[in-house]
Ligand binder design. Sequence first.
Ligand SMILES: NC(=O)c1ccc[n+]([C@@H]2O[C@H](COP(=O)([O-])OP(=O)(O)OC[C@H]3O[C@@H](n4cnc5c(N)ncnc54)[C@H](O)[C@@H]3O)[C@@H](O)[C@H]2O)c1
Ligand SMILES: [Zn+2]
Ligand SMILES: [Zn+2]
Length: 351
Amino acid sequence: MKALVYLGPGEKAWKEVALPKIQHPTDVIVRIDTTTICGSDLHILKGDVPAVTPGRILGHEGVGTITEVGSSVTSLAVGDNVILSCIKSCGHCNFCKQGLFAHCLGEEGAVGIGWIFGHLIDGTQAEFVRVPYAETSVYKVPEGVTNQQAVMLSDILPTGFEIGVQNGQTKPGDVVAVIGAGPVGLAVIMTAGLYGPSKIISIDLDANRMEQAKKFGATDGVNSGDPQWKKKVMALTDGWGVDVAVEAVGLPATFDMATQIVRPGGHVANVGVHGKPVELRMQDLWIHNITISMGLVNTNTTPMLLKLVAEGKLNVDKFASHHFKLDEMLAAYDTFSRAAETKALKVIIER
Ligand SMILES: NC(=O)c1ccc[n+]([C@@H]2O[C@H](COP(=O)([O-])OP(=O)(O)OC[C@H]3O[C@@H](n4cnc5c(N)ncnc54)[C@H](O)[C@@H]3O)[C@@H](O)[C@H]2O)c1
Ligand SMILES: [Zn+2]
Ligand SMILES: [Zn+2]
């Protein structure tokens, strides 16, 4: 089969590799019908995620058809159309029992790390993928939900909601600022809307993405390239700052921005994947009674979000900006990595 193989920082190839095989009774094999590219894949290609070693098939988002089931799998069958979650869940370890799937103690990939696809085991940017702990890690696509909609549930929707909106403890009436208007930042904006904030301020360097953010529920946009950016954000609050500042980029500078605009008593929710240390200005921040959170998505909210998508309450088709075939994978990467020029949001890659 063909797959997108990581060959070291800056190097990748769409090439012939061996078909995946069932390795454990709880595995299934899925034929990928729809996949996409994440900002995290770009971080990997920059060399920010050293756990990814050359030879790894990338990708942690996908929807596909089960072609083979392991001997202990009873609730899934060949032919089922399923969403592959970016997080594994063995279903019976202590962390899984708490819904903390991000730290599943199952041995696949690494004990204690939920994100394994395209990271610690081969991923979804391929014609076929082996899915460990399948019964507790995939979701059947409900009637009426398209693959394009379903693939937004693999990662961006639960990530934006859990690590941005829920960790930020967003409440009705809050002023929420979201730094970074990539697909993940836009997912924060869309799902923050579920809590009725009074304002959602989108902050990015890319004017197109900030314009797009309005379609996802942002009420205001501030360009962080503007030397007056902070003054402009503060002017949209009561003068004391935003209630919730979400970092959805993954850079020291943007994390610092979040700490500069949060009000006393407010929340900074870091979503971005970081590759370098950030400086925390404790000497200024300690007295502000702020809460800082960070984390890897658990995907425990996937069933709830999927219900909202199925009922038409979250219009996730807006995320899809470009369409490619699987064998146009390199073109899809090129388009997604030059989002400022190509206006790409989520690139939908189909069989
Ligand atoms: N915590 C998790 O579980 C989790 C899961 C998935 C993705 N992520 C991370 O979320 C982040 C966003 O993902 P994405 O797919 O939306 O990425 P992306 O690269 O598409 O988007 C990043 C956005 O940040 C903007 N940006 C860059 N520098 C900026 C600056 N100085 N000020 C304001 N905006 C700036 C870019 O213009 C872009 O629109 C990435 O770091 C990704 O790795 C985290
Ligand atoms: Zn991702
Ligand atoms: Zn587990």
